[in-house]
Design a binder for this molecule. Structure first.
Ligand SMILES: *Cc1c(COP(=O)(O)O)cnc(C)c1O
Length: 399
């Protein structure tokens, strides 16, 4: 029996992507085996992290690395490291930054929310965020003039959530920061390319272990030895509440090995198959237009962009997404990637599908579209009410 039924949970089908709210990734058998093997054992954590450092260094082309609780924790602890170095006294003083450089420059268009605001992950260390540029444009001269003797680090965020135009390119960002002697920390939580940011000169590159890597919930810090060591030492300070256990560290070691040996071409070909099947069928539905779109941050991953014309489809992108997530009984909830639904489209992300789920996804969408066509009135609710409705549904948790 599926553990989800045993716990009274809905058996969701995830075409949304790797989402913390949906349990992050589907952890592979090799990772599960490694984690099961280490769980009953005692180990010396410094040695386990030393082993992880070598594995991360190899995977990322960095001098060293370590594992923390999450990429969000890695941001906080990386910034803390830039402020304290390996001074244990300063590490215990945080989040009081008296006597330290404590400003972090970041482009305004990079201040996204990945489930929590990125600027809060910075502020949690005690640092202050100094915004560079406007929401939709930033220039190198603005970065240069934002950096002063109080600047501890420059943070660069790589994400589909950031503004995708008008920002300072990574290489130029690093050049300006390094010319002023400021280390660059790259939040690459969801990026498949493990070497690009270190190769470009980043002092730290931060990844989630539980996104594309298919590991346990953890964060990977890769970078220069001095900064990685200073970030690791934060475990004796503000990092204590963000600690990772032996299972998370062993999980990263196994996940990086699994990633190295994965047949990426075969996975992509399989996903292409799903996307093509969905596109051909959905393009025959009234008011729907679907196209395959490449990942905005250049991960080797495509998604199906499904446009919904409310007049012809008699439902909207957001009402369709909500209907898919809240099906009539006996049907699986299908969670689509809908954070831009007000623009009349959502995405189907194939990267987390289990065998046999692709046709179910398609059947559910077609059946909801047919239901809308047959309904006496169009199923179109005002978009501006959606946020309040969703919040109201959560307000009563845990009831
Ligand atoms: C997911 C994400 C994070 C947070 O990663 P966690 O490991 O889940 O804490 C941070 N930044 C970006 C850009 C993300 O996509």
């Amino acid at each position: 029996m599926d553990i989800r039924s045993r716990l009274g949970l809905r058996p969701v089908i995830n075409v949304s992507g790797t989402m913390t709210g949906l349990g992050a990734s589907s952890v592979g058998a090799a990772v599960i085996d490694t984690v099961a093997e280490i769980l009953p054992q005692f180990v010396e954590i410094d040695d386990l992290q030393r082993k992880a450092s070598a594995v991360i260094a190899q995977a990322c082309g960095s001098e060293s690395g370590y594992v923390t609780a999450s990429c969000s924790a890695a941001i906080t602890l990386g910034i803390a490291a830039a402020m304290t170095g390996d001074d244990l006294g300063l590490i215990e003083r945080l989040p009081d930054t008296t006597g330290m450089r404590d400003e972090v420059v970041v482009q305004t268009g990079h201040l996204v929310n990945y489930g929590a605001p990125v600027d809060q992950a910075v502020r949690l260390s005690g640092a202050r965020v100094v915004q560079v540029g406007a929401a939709t444009e930033a220039h190198e001269y603005q970065l240069a003039s934002a950096i002063n003797e109080r600047t501890a680090a420059a943070l660069y965020v790589v994400s589909h959530h950031t503004v995708q135009y008008g920002m300072i390119p990574l290489e130029a960002f690093i050049e300006v920061a390094h010319a002023k002697g400021v280390p660059v920390i790259v939040d690459a939580a969801s990026e498949y390319d493990l070497t690009r940011f270190i190769a470009a000169g980043a002092d730290l590159a931060l990844y989630s272990a539980h996104k594309f890597l298919g590991g346990l919930t953890a964060g990977i810090v890769a970078g220069s030895k001095a900064l990685v060591r200073a970030a690791y030492f934060q475990n004796g300070g503000i990092g204590r509440g963000m600690k990772v256990g032996k299972e998370g560290i062993a999980g990263v070691i196994a996940a990086l090995e699994q990633w190295r040996t994965r047949d990426h071409e075969a996975v992509r070909a399989k996903e292409r198959g799903y996307l093509t099947l969905w596109r051909e069928t959905l393009n025959r539905q009234a008011g729907v237009w679907a196209e395959i779109e490449a990942d905005p941050t250049h991960n080797p991953l495509d998604r199906l962009k499904v446009h919904v014309d409310p007049k012809l489809a008699r439902t909207s992108a957001w009402d369709l997404a909500d209907a898919l997530a809240n099906p009539p009984r006996d049907e699986a909830p299908v969670i689509v990637r809908d954070h831009e639904a007000e623009l009349h489209f959502f995405y189907l992300d194939p990267c987390n599908l289990h065998a046999g789920e692709a046709p179910v996804v398609l059947a559910r969408i077609v059946s909801e579209l047919e239901r809308a066509q047959a309904a006496p009135e169009p199923v179109v609710t005002p978009f501006h009410r959606r946020g309040a409705r969703r919040l109201a549904a959560r307000r009563t948790w845990p009831d």
